[in-house]
Design a binder for this molecule. Structure first.
Ligand code: MN
Length: 334
């Protein structure tokens, strides 16, 4: 515990301390709260959202956690502690005292629940996306953080709340996934991981459940999708682009989140600095994931095409043919 106390003091001296204290004070004043995660949630938005909700519920504040799409929680997240606090979007109160959006770069990431922002006395945005539009009345944004859950750990320290095993499980879920199992992160992420594991959580099981467990049908989907991959060695000024498409028929009843794992395989292509996966949402409608290794800023590309994200991981949605979308990416890569 002594180590945790020293660590928490060090973490409190950061840029954005004023905003963090403002967030803490607002949360302390909450009479009711809605915690909003982004559409098609990942473990960072859900783990962060649940951790905020756990603190509020400890104080007796009525709190709901939700996201606009899909309508139910994907099975992969059912093991997150207190996931029973997650309600379907139609159950979210029309107005609450405080709305907290976690891991959302812009209000449209809230989907149909974005209207809850204006109905609240105050809205808090906690996020680590550089492209964040600061759409809350109070915004605690730190693009240098490897996950939003790292910012929630700082919030716990500022509130003087204990990070117990349940909270640590939620925060570790966000941390291990957003850092690609600690492949791309700084020392602060490793220090936080050590602190979280120190609470007694079973980190290998959390990681395996979230990242290394897939239905058998995924193998056939990967076979089809990876077999269609294309390499454009001249793209991105000769650094190369590798891409593929995941069509609706490729999914064949698989959970939607299995689409999100394709880019992690495609981006391992040695001949390409940039990877793109076009995921078909419907006829002529695509969600595109972009990844880069070390030099290309894909957040800039995504932004130019109507999306956003991080320098090495970004995305956008487009209504067009797959070929036209690839052409637009190639053009923006220069
Ligand atoms: Mn995140």
């Amino acid at each position: 515990m002594a180590e945790a106390a020293v660590g928490s003091h060090a973490q409190c001296i950061t840029d954005g301390q004023e905003e963090l204290e403002h967030v803490a004070a607002l949360l302390r004043s909450a009479e009711s709260a809605t915690v909003l995660c982004h559409v098609f949630p990942d473990a960072d938005t859900l783990g962060s959202g649940l951790a905020v909700a756990i603190a509020l519920s400890r104080w007796g504040v009525p709190v709901q956690v939700s996201f606009a799409e899909p309508l139910t929680l994907p099975d992969v997240f059912a093991g997150l502690p207190h996931s029973s606090m997650i309600v379907s979007p139609d159950e979210v109160a029309a107005d609450t005292d405080i709305v907290i959006a976690v891991d959302c770069g812009s209000a449209d990431r809230l989907g149909a629940l974005a209207d809850r922002l204006a109905a609240a006395r105050a809205s808090i945005v906690i996020d680590h996306h550089r492209s964040n539009t600061r759409f809350g009345t109070v915004n605690y944004i730190d693009p240098s953080a490897d996950s939003t859950s790292m910012l929630i750990a700082r919030l716990y320290d500022c509130l003087g709340e204990t990070i117990d095993e349940d909270v640590a499980h939620c925060l570790y879920a966000g941390l291990v996934t957003d850092t690609g199992s600690f492949r791309w992160c700084g020392p602060a992420a490793h220090l936080l991981a050590a602190r979280l594991i120190g609470t007694g959580i079973n980190a290998p099981v959390i990681t395996r459940d979230l990242l290394d467990t897939h239905p058998f049908g995924r193998l056939a989907m990967l076979s089809a999708v990876l077999g269609d991959a294309q390499l454009l060695p001249d793209a991105a000024g000769g650094q190369g682009l590798v891409y593929t498409t995941v069509r609706v028929e490729d999914m064949d009843g698989l959970p939607e989140d299995e689409r999100e794992t394709v880019v992690d395989i495609v981006r391992t292509t040695g001949e390409a600095e940039v990877a793109a996966v076009l995921k078909q949402l419907g006829p002529g409608r695509w969600s595109v994931s972009l990844r880069s290794k070390q030099s290309v800023d894909v957040a800039r590309v995504a932004k130019a095409l109507g999306g956003g994200g991080h320098a090495r991981s970004a995305g956008f949605t487009a209504d067009d043919s797959a070929d036209a979308i690839v052409a637009a990416i190639v053009r923006e890569l220069g």
